[in-house]
Design a protein around this ligand. Structure first.
Ligand code: FCB
Length: 440
Protein backbone atom coordinates (compact mmCIF):
# COMPACT_ATOMS: atom_id res chain seq x y z
CA UNK A 1 0.00 0.00 0.00
CA UNK A 2 1.49 3.35 -0.89
CA UNK A 3 1.20 6.40 1.31
CA UNK A 4 1.02 9.94 -0.04
CA UNK A 5 2.54 12.31 2.48
CA UNK A 6 1.77 16.03 2.00
CA UNK A 7 4.07 18.95 2.91
CA UNK A 8 3.75 20.03 6.55
CA UNK A 9 2.22 23.41 5.66
CA UNK A 10 -0.29 22.05 3.13
CA UNK A 11 -3.58 23.89 3.69
CA UNK A 12 -6.46 21.47 4.03
CA UNK A 13 -9.81 23.18 4.03
CA UNK A 14 -13.39 23.25 2.87
CA UNK A 15 -15.38 25.64 0.70
CA UNK A 16 -18.86 27.15 0.68
CA UNK A 17 -20.56 30.17 -0.91
CA UNK A 18 -22.79 32.85 0.55
CA UNK A 19 -26.02 32.21 -1.35
CA UNK A 20 -25.71 28.47 -0.95
CA UNK A 21 -25.55 28.46 2.85
CA UNK A 22 -26.34 31.79 4.50
CA UNK A 23 -30.14 32.16 4.24
CA UNK A 24 -31.34 35.40 5.91
CA UNK A 25 -31.97 36.61 2.39
CA UNK A 26 -33.64 39.85 3.43
CA UNK A 27 -32.44 40.34 6.98
CA UNK A 28 -30.53 43.20 8.56
CA UNK A 29 -30.87 45.42 5.52
CA UNK A 30 -29.59 42.98 2.90
CA UNK A 31 -30.55 43.90 -0.67
CA UNK A 32 -32.01 41.50 -3.19
CA UNK A 33 -29.52 39.59 -5.33
CA UNK A 34 -30.01 38.04 -8.77
CA UNK A 35 -30.19 34.63 -7.08
CA UNK A 36 -32.98 35.79 -4.78
CA UNK A 37 -34.87 37.02 -7.83
CA UNK A 38 -34.12 33.91 -9.89
CA UNK A 39 -35.04 31.38 -7.19
CA UNK A 40 -38.26 33.29 -6.47
CA UNK A 41 -39.22 32.98 -10.14
CA UNK A 42 -41.45 29.93 -10.69
CA UNK A 43 -39.97 27.12 -12.76
CA UNK A 44 -36.30 28.00 -12.37
CA UNK A 45 -35.21 25.71 -9.51
CA UNK A 46 -35.91 22.02 -8.86
CA UNK A 47 -38.77 21.65 -6.33
CA UNK A 48 -39.10 25.47 -6.26
CA UNK A 49 -36.33 25.53 -3.64
CA UNK A 50 -34.81 28.87 -2.69
CA UNK A 51 -31.85 30.05 -0.64
CA UNK A 52 -34.12 32.06 1.66
CA UNK A 53 -33.06 29.93 4.62
CA UNK A 54 -30.62 27.39 3.11
CA UNK A 55 -28.33 26.19 5.94
CA UNK A 56 -29.24 29.21 8.05
CA UNK A 57 -25.51 29.81 8.37
CA UNK A 58 -26.13 33.53 8.96
CA UNK A 59 -27.48 32.59 12.38
CA UNK A 60 -25.51 29.39 12.92
CA UNK A 61 -22.00 30.37 11.86
CA UNK A 62 -20.62 29.79 15.35
CA UNK A 63 -21.83 26.20 15.28
CA UNK A 64 -20.46 25.76 11.74
CA UNK A 65 -17.05 27.05 12.72
CA UNK A 66 -17.09 24.67 15.68
CA UNK A 67 -17.71 21.88 13.16
CA UNK A 68 -14.70 23.00 11.14
CA UNK A 69 -12.63 22.74 14.30
CA UNK A 70 -13.94 19.25 14.95
CA UNK A 71 -12.84 18.28 11.44
CA UNK A 72 -9.47 19.89 12.08
CA UNK A 73 -9.64 22.15 9.00
CA UNK A 74 -6.77 24.56 8.56
CA UNK A 75 -8.49 26.84 6.04
CA UNK A 76 -12.00 27.91 5.14
CA UNK A 77 -13.02 29.28 1.75
CA UNK A 78 -16.23 31.32 1.85
CA UNK A 79 -17.79 34.16 -0.09
CA UNK A 80 -19.32 37.46 0.88
CA UNK A 81 -22.71 38.58 -0.40
CA UNK A 82 -22.21 41.91 -2.14
CA UNK A 83 -25.87 42.88 -1.54
CA UNK A 84 -25.46 42.40 2.21
CA UNK A 85 -22.84 45.11 2.26
CA UNK A 86 -24.15 47.29 -0.57
CA UNK A 87 -27.90 46.60 -0.83
CA UNK A 88 -28.05 48.50 -4.13
CA UNK A 89 -24.63 47.40 -5.32
CA UNK A 90 -22.97 50.76 -4.74
CA UNK A 91 -23.36 53.85 -2.58
CA UNK A 92 -24.37 53.44 1.05
CA UNK A 93 -22.78 50.70 3.11
CA UNK A 94 -25.12 48.55 5.17
CA UNK A 95 -23.05 48.31 8.35
CA UNK A 96 -25.06 45.39 9.73
CA UNK A 97 -24.09 43.35 6.68
CA UNK A 98 -20.44 44.26 6.97
CA UNK A 99 -20.55 43.49 10.71
CA UNK A 100 -21.66 39.95 9.95
CA UNK A 101 -18.51 39.29 7.94
CA UNK A 102 -16.42 41.03 10.56
CA UNK A 103 -17.75 38.64 13.24
CA UNK A 104 -17.44 35.66 10.92
CA UNK A 105 -13.78 36.41 10.21
CA UNK A 106 -13.07 36.98 13.89
CA UNK A 107 -14.60 33.60 14.65
CA UNK A 108 -12.42 31.97 11.98
CA UNK A 109 -9.29 33.54 13.40
CA UNK A 110 -10.23 32.42 16.91
CA UNK A 111 -10.57 28.89 15.52
CA UNK A 112 -7.17 29.09 13.82
CA UNK A 113 -8.69 28.85 10.35
CA UNK A 114 -6.97 30.61 7.48
CA UNK A 115 -9.75 32.57 5.72
CA UNK A 116 -9.96 32.48 1.90
CA UNK A 117 -12.46 35.13 0.92
CA UNK A 118 -14.24 35.16 -2.45
CA UNK A 119 -15.79 38.51 -3.31
CA UNK A 120 -18.10 37.21 -6.00
CA UNK A 121 -19.68 33.78 -6.00
CA UNK A 122 -22.53 34.69 -8.33
CA UNK A 123 -24.91 36.76 -6.17
CA UNK A 124 -24.88 40.11 -7.97
CA UNK A 125 -27.08 42.79 -6.36
CA UNK A 126 -30.33 42.85 -8.35
CA UNK A 127 -30.16 46.66 -8.46
CA UNK A 128 -27.04 46.35 -10.65
CA UNK A 129 -28.69 43.71 -12.84
CA UNK A 130 -31.49 46.21 -13.39
CA UNK A 131 -28.84 48.48 -14.94
CA UNK A 132 -27.54 45.75 -17.24
CA UNK A 133 -25.56 43.64 -14.77
CA UNK A 134 -22.31 42.33 -16.23
CA UNK A 135 -23.20 43.55 -19.70
CA UNK A 136 -22.70 47.05 -18.33
CA UNK A 137 -19.05 47.97 -17.88
CA UNK A 138 -19.98 50.21 -14.94
CA UNK A 139 -20.64 47.05 -12.92
CA UNK A 140 -16.89 46.39 -13.08
CA UNK A 141 -16.20 49.75 -11.42
CA UNK A 142 -18.84 49.10 -8.76
CA UNK A 143 -17.16 45.74 -8.12
CA UNK A 144 -13.79 47.43 -7.58
CA UNK A 145 -15.35 49.82 -5.03
CA UNK A 146 -16.93 46.88 -3.19
CA UNK A 147 -13.57 45.03 -3.28
CA UNK A 148 -11.81 48.05 -1.76
CA UNK A 149 -14.32 48.40 1.09
CA UNK A 150 -14.14 44.71 1.96
CA UNK A 151 -10.33 44.67 1.88
CA UNK A 152 -10.10 47.78 4.06
CA UNK A 153 -12.40 46.24 6.61
CA UNK A 154 -11.14 42.64 6.66
CA UNK A 155 -7.66 42.75 5.11
CA UNK A 156 -6.00 42.87 8.53
CA UNK A 157 -7.25 39.31 9.15
CA UNK A 158 -8.00 37.86 5.70
CA UNK A 159 -4.80 37.18 3.80
CA UNK A 160 -6.19 35.51 0.67
CA UNK A 161 -8.58 37.39 -1.60
CA UNK A 162 -10.33 35.98 -4.64
CA UNK A 163 -12.07 38.28 -7.07
CA UNK A 164 -14.33 35.83 -8.90
CA UNK A 165 -15.47 32.27 -8.56
CA UNK A 166 -15.75 30.51 -11.93
CA UNK A 167 -16.27 33.37 -14.38
CA UNK A 168 -16.99 30.84 -17.12
CA UNK A 169 -20.05 29.55 -15.27
CA UNK A 170 -21.30 33.12 -14.83
CA UNK A 171 -20.72 33.65 -18.55
CA UNK A 172 -22.14 30.48 -20.03
CA UNK A 173 -24.65 29.10 -17.51
CA UNK A 174 -25.90 32.52 -16.43
CA UNK A 175 -25.93 34.21 -19.84
CA UNK A 176 -25.84 31.59 -22.59
CA UNK A 177 -27.89 28.59 -21.43
CA UNK A 178 -29.81 30.66 -18.88
CA UNK A 179 -29.92 27.86 -16.30
CA UNK A 180 -28.45 30.20 -13.68
CA UNK A 181 -29.32 33.75 -12.68
CA UNK A 182 -29.90 36.09 -14.41
CA UNK A 183 -31.25 33.51 -16.88
CA UNK A 184 -30.13 35.19 -20.13
CA UNK A 185 -29.71 33.12 -23.32
CA UNK A 186 -27.64 35.13 -25.77
CA UNK A 187 -24.23 34.37 -27.29
CA UNK A 188 -23.17 37.95 -27.91
CA UNK A 189 -24.20 39.03 -24.41
CA UNK A 190 -22.40 36.10 -22.82
CA UNK A 191 -19.05 37.05 -24.38
CA UNK A 192 -19.51 40.69 -23.42
CA UNK A 193 -20.15 39.48 -19.86
CA UNK A 194 -16.95 37.41 -20.01
CA UNK A 195 -14.93 40.45 -21.00
CA UNK A 196 -16.49 42.70 -18.38
CA UNK A 197 -15.79 40.05 -15.75
CA UNK A 198 -12.18 39.99 -16.86
CA UNK A 199 -12.02 43.79 -16.63
CA UNK A 200 -13.68 43.67 -13.19
CA UNK A 201 -11.11 41.09 -12.11
CA UNK A 202 -8.25 43.39 -13.16
CA UNK A 203 -9.80 46.42 -11.44
CA UNK A 204 -10.62 44.27 -8.40
CA UNK A 205 -7.03 43.09 -8.01
CA UNK A 206 -5.82 46.71 -8.18
CA UNK A 207 -8.44 47.80 -5.64
CA UNK A 208 -7.56 44.97 -3.24
CA UNK A 209 -3.86 45.81 -3.43
CA UNK A 210 -4.29 49.52 -2.98
CA UNK A 211 -6.56 48.93 0.02
CA UNK A 212 -4.00 46.63 1.64
CA UNK A 213 -0.60 45.96 0.15
CA UNK A 214 0.05 42.93 2.35
CA UNK A 215 -2.74 40.63 1.17
CA UNK A 216 -2.69 38.02 -1.61
CA UNK A 217 -4.97 38.40 -4.61
CA UNK A 218 -6.12 35.71 -7.02
CA UNK A 219 -9.00 34.25 -8.99
CA UNK A 220 -10.75 30.87 -9.03
CA UNK A 221 -11.25 29.14 -12.38
CA UNK A 222 -13.19 25.96 -13.02
CA UNK A 223 -11.59 23.71 -15.59
CA UNK A 224 -12.81 20.49 -17.13
CA UNK A 225 -9.96 18.63 -18.73
CA UNK A 226 -10.73 17.79 -22.38
CA UNK A 227 -9.51 14.35 -23.42
CA UNK A 228 -9.77 12.48 -26.71
CA UNK A 229 -12.03 9.42 -26.96
CA UNK A 230 -9.23 7.52 -28.74
CA UNK A 231 -5.67 8.22 -29.79
CA UNK A 232 -6.78 8.81 -33.39
CA UNK A 233 -5.50 12.13 -34.72
CA UNK A 234 -9.01 13.48 -35.43
CA UNK A 235 -10.11 12.80 -31.85
CA UNK A 236 -6.96 14.34 -30.40
CA UNK A 237 -7.39 17.44 -32.56
CA UNK A 238 -11.06 17.70 -31.61
CA UNK A 239 -10.21 17.45 -27.91
CA UNK A 240 -7.48 20.09 -28.19
CA UNK A 241 -9.85 22.40 -30.01
CA UNK A 242 -12.58 21.78 -27.44
CA UNK A 243 -10.16 22.78 -24.67
CA UNK A 244 -9.05 25.91 -26.54
CA UNK A 245 -12.59 27.09 -27.26
CA UNK A 246 -14.13 26.21 -23.89
CA UNK A 247 -11.48 26.40 -21.20
CA UNK A 248 -9.09 29.22 -22.12
CA UNK A 249 -11.38 32.27 -22.23
CA UNK A 250 -10.13 33.33 -18.79
CA UNK A 251 -6.79 31.50 -18.55
CA UNK A 252 -5.38 33.14 -21.68
CA UNK A 253 -6.16 36.82 -21.02
CA UNK A 254 -5.23 36.53 -17.33
CA UNK A 255 -1.99 34.58 -17.74
CA UNK A 256 -0.95 35.37 -21.31
CA UNK A 257 -2.48 38.78 -21.95
CA UNK A 258 -4.64 37.96 -24.99
CA UNK A 259 -7.86 36.22 -25.93
CA UNK A 260 -7.45 32.76 -27.47
CA UNK A 261 -7.40 32.71 -31.29
CA UNK A 262 -9.63 29.59 -31.22
CA UNK A 263 -12.35 31.64 -29.51
CA UNK A 264 -12.12 34.36 -32.18
CA UNK A 265 -12.51 31.66 -34.80
CA UNK A 266 -15.48 30.11 -33.07
CA UNK A 267 -17.26 33.33 -32.15
CA UNK A 268 -16.37 35.70 -34.96
CA UNK A 269 -18.15 39.04 -34.84
CA UNK A 270 -19.81 38.12 -31.56
CA UNK A 271 -16.52 38.76 -29.75
CA UNK A 272 -16.86 41.57 -27.21
CA UNK A 273 -15.79 45.16 -27.45
CA UNK A 274 -12.29 45.45 -26.00
CA UNK A 275 -11.02 48.90 -25.11
CA UNK A 276 -7.40 50.02 -25.32
CA UNK A 277 -5.55 49.00 -22.19
CA UNK A 278 -8.05 46.30 -21.21
CA UNK A 279 -5.74 43.39 -21.94
CA UNK A 280 -2.95 44.83 -19.79
CA UNK A 281 -5.45 45.55 -17.02
CA UNK A 282 -6.73 41.97 -17.07
CA UNK A 283 -3.27 40.40 -16.96
CA UNK A 284 -2.42 41.58 -13.43
CA UNK A 285 0.20 39.50 -11.75
CA UNK A 286 -1.52 37.23 -9.20
CA UNK A 287 -0.37 35.75 -5.91
CA UNK A 288 -2.31 32.52 -6.41
CA UNK A 289 -4.79 30.85 -8.70
CA UNK A 290 -7.57 28.59 -7.50
CA UNK A 291 -8.61 25.63 -9.62
CA UNK A 292 -11.99 23.96 -9.23
CA UNK A 293 -12.07 20.49 -10.68
CA UNK A 294 -14.96 18.05 -10.81
CA UNK A 295 -14.71 16.05 -14.03
CA UNK A 296 -13.55 15.99 -17.62
CA UNK A 297 -15.05 16.09 -21.12
CA UNK A 298 -14.30 13.21 -23.46
CA UNK A 299 -14.26 14.36 -27.06
CA UNK A 300 -14.31 12.51 -30.34
CA UNK A 301 -14.24 13.92 -33.87
CA UNK A 302 -18.04 13.75 -33.84
CA UNK A 303 -18.44 15.68 -30.59
CA UNK A 304 -18.69 15.27 -26.83
CA UNK A 305 -19.36 11.77 -25.53
CA UNK A 306 -22.20 11.28 -23.07
CA UNK A 307 -21.29 8.14 -21.20
CA UNK A 308 -17.87 6.57 -20.98
CA UNK A 309 -18.16 2.80 -20.75
CA UNK A 310 -16.81 1.49 -17.45
CA UNK A 311 -16.72 4.89 -15.73
CA UNK A 312 -18.53 5.74 -12.49
CA UNK A 313 -20.77 8.83 -12.34
CA UNK A 314 -21.88 11.09 -9.49
CA UNK A 315 -25.45 12.25 -8.86
CA UNK A 316 -24.71 15.28 -11.02
CA UNK A 317 -24.11 12.93 -13.95
CA UNK A 318 -20.43 13.87 -13.90
CA UNK A 319 -17.88 11.18 -14.69
CA UNK A 320 -15.47 10.35 -11.88
CA UNK A 321 -12.00 10.67 -13.40
CA UNK A 322 -9.29 11.67 -10.96
CA UNK A 323 -6.28 10.96 -13.24
CA UNK A 324 -7.55 13.71 -15.57
CA UNK A 325 -7.03 16.17 -12.71
CA UNK A 326 -3.33 15.33 -12.60
CA UNK A 327 -3.02 15.50 -16.38
CA UNK A 328 -4.77 18.87 -16.41
CA UNK A 329 -2.62 20.34 -13.65
CA UNK A 330 0.51 19.23 -15.50
CA UNK A 331 -0.85 20.67 -18.75
CA UNK A 332 -1.70 24.14 -17.42
CA UNK A 333 1.53 24.21 -15.46
CA UNK A 334 3.51 23.72 -18.65
CA UNK A 335 1.41 26.03 -20.85
CA UNK A 336 1.13 29.02 -18.49
CA UNK A 337 3.37 30.82 -16.06
CA UNK A 338 1.17 30.28 -13.03
CA UNK A 339 1.45 31.51 -9.46
CA UNK A 340 1.02 28.95 -6.65
CA UNK A 341 -2.12 26.85 -7.09
CA UNK A 342 -4.82 25.92 -4.63
CA UNK A 343 -7.44 23.34 -5.45
CA UNK A 344 -10.30 25.57 -4.37
CA UNK A 345 -13.13 23.11 -5.04
CA UNK A 346 -13.41 19.39 -5.57
CA UNK A 347 -16.08 17.04 -4.31
CA UNK A 348 -19.09 14.98 -5.28
CA UNK A 349 -22.84 14.66 -4.87
CA UNK A 350 -24.29 11.28 -3.98
CA UNK A 351 -27.68 10.15 -2.67
CA UNK A 352 -26.94 9.86 1.03
CA UNK A 353 -29.05 7.74 3.32
CA UNK A 354 -29.17 7.81 7.08
CA UNK A 355 -28.41 4.33 8.38
CA UNK A 356 -30.10 2.72 11.35
CA UNK A 357 -27.08 3.70 13.45
CA UNK A 358 -27.90 7.35 12.65
CA UNK A 359 -24.76 7.73 10.54
CA UNK A 360 -24.25 8.59 6.91
CA UNK A 361 -22.04 5.98 5.32
CA UNK A 362 -20.89 7.57 2.08
CA UNK A 363 -18.02 5.43 0.78
CA UNK A 364 -18.36 6.82 -2.78
CA UNK A 365 -17.68 10.36 -1.57
CA UNK A 366 -14.69 9.22 0.48
CA UNK A 367 -13.38 7.27 -2.45
CA UNK A 368 -13.85 10.24 -4.79
CA UNK A 369 -11.84 12.47 -2.46
CA UNK A 370 -9.16 9.84 -1.88
CA UNK A 371 -8.56 9.43 -5.61
CA UNK A 372 -8.41 13.18 -6.22
CA UNK A 373 -6.07 13.80 -3.27
CA UNK A 374 -3.73 11.11 -4.60
CA UNK A 375 -3.72 12.53 -8.14
CA UNK A 376 -3.04 15.98 -6.72
CA UNK A 377 -0.12 14.59 -4.78
CA UNK A 378 1.21 12.95 -7.95
CA UNK A 379 0.89 16.28 -9.78
CA UNK A 380 2.93 17.89 -7.00
CA UNK A 381 5.60 15.24 -7.55
CA UNK A 382 5.46 16.13 -11.25
CA UNK A 383 6.50 19.64 -10.23
CA UNK A 384 3.20 21.52 -9.96
CA UNK A 385 3.23 23.99 -7.07
CA UNK A 386 0.01 23.18 -5.16
CA UNK A 387 -0.38 24.70 -1.72
CA UNK A 388 -3.74 23.55 -0.45
CA UNK A 389 -7.06 21.84 -1.04
CA UNK A 390 -10.59 23.04 -0.28
CA UNK A 391 -13.17 20.29 -0.44
CA UNK A 392 -16.57 21.19 -1.87
CA UNK A 393 -18.35 21.30 0.40
CA UNK A 394 -18.35 21.65 4.15
CA UNK A 395 -22.14 21.36 4.29
CA UNK A 396 -24.91 20.03 2.09
CA UNK A 397 -26.32 23.20 0.58
CA UNK A 398 -28.38 24.93 -2.11
CA UNK A 399 -26.97 23.52 -5.35
CA UNK A 400 -28.14 26.33 -7.65
CA UNK A 401 -30.66 25.14 -10.25
CA UNK A 402 -30.87 21.76 -8.51
CA UNK A 403 -31.95 23.29 -5.23
CA UNK A 404 -31.43 20.97 -2.26
CA UNK A 405 -31.72 17.80 -4.33
CA UNK A 406 -27.94 17.35 -4.65
CA UNK A 407 -25.86 16.83 -1.54
CA UNK A 408 -22.15 17.69 -1.74
CA UNK A 409 -21.43 18.09 1.98
CA UNK A 410 -19.02 16.24 4.24
CA UNK A 411 -21.57 17.27 6.82
CA UNK A 412 -25.22 16.42 6.32
CA UNK A 413 -27.79 19.15 6.85
CA UNK A 414 -31.33 18.21 7.77
CA UNK A 415 -33.16 21.18 6.23
CA UNK A 416 -36.22 20.69 8.48
CA UNK A 417 -34.35 20.91 11.76
CA UNK A 418 -31.00 22.39 10.60
CA UNK A 419 -29.26 19.54 12.41
CA UNK A 420 -25.71 18.92 11.20
CA UNK A 421 -24.23 15.39 11.15
CA UNK A 422 -20.68 14.66 10.09
CA UNK A 423 -20.73 11.98 7.38
CA UNK A 424 -18.19 9.15 7.22
CA UNK A 425 -16.37 11.11 4.49
CA UNK A 426 -15.97 13.99 6.95
CA UNK A 427 -14.51 11.65 9.58
CA UNK A 428 -12.18 10.24 6.98
CA UNK A 429 -11.11 13.75 5.90
CA UNK A 430 -10.40 14.68 9.53
CA UNK A 431 -8.01 11.71 9.67
CA UNK A 432 -6.30 12.79 6.44
CA UNK A 433 -5.75 16.24 7.90
CA UNK A 434 -4.56 14.88 11.25
CA UNK A 435 -2.00 12.55 9.65
CA UNK A 436 -1.36 14.82 6.65
CA UNK A 437 -1.31 11.80 4.39
CA UNK A 438 -3.53 9.67 2.19
CA UNK A 439 -3.31 5.91 1.91
CA UNK A 440 -4.00 4.33 -1.45
C1 FCB B 1 -19.17 24.79 -8.71
C2 FCB B 1 -19.63 25.98 -7.87
C3 FCB B 1 -20.07 25.64 -6.48
C4 FCB B 1 -20.85 24.33 -6.45
C5 FCB B 1 -20.11 23.25 -7.20
C6 FCB B 1 -20.81 21.91 -7.17
O1 FCB B 1 -19.31 25.10 -10.04
O2 FCB B 1 -18.59 26.94 -7.76
O3 FCB B 1 -20.81 26.72 -5.97
O4 FCB B 1 -22.12 24.54 -6.90
O5 FCB B 1 -19.91 23.63 -8.52
Amino acid sequence: MSIHKFPHNFLWGAATASYQIEGAWNEDGKGESIWDRFSHTPGKITNADTGDVACDHYHRYTEDIALMRTLGLKAYRFSTAWARVFPSGRGCINTKGLDFYDRLVDAMCAANLEPFLTLYHWDLPQALQDQGGWTNRNTAYAFADYAAVMTKCLGDRVRNWTTFNEPSVITFIGNLTGEHAPGIKDTKISYQVAHNLNVAHGLGVQAIRSANSKVNAGIVLNLWMAEPATEATQDVEAANNFWDVNETLFLDPIFKGFYPPAVYEAIGEKMPEIKDGDLALIAQELDFVGINYYSRNVISASGKMNKIPGSAYTEMGWEVCAPALRRMLVKINSEYKLPPIYITENGSAFQDTISSDGKIHDPERTDYLRQHFIQTHLAMQDGVDIRGYMVWSLLDNFEWGHGFSKRFGMVRVDYETQKRTIKDSGEWYAEVIRTNQVRE
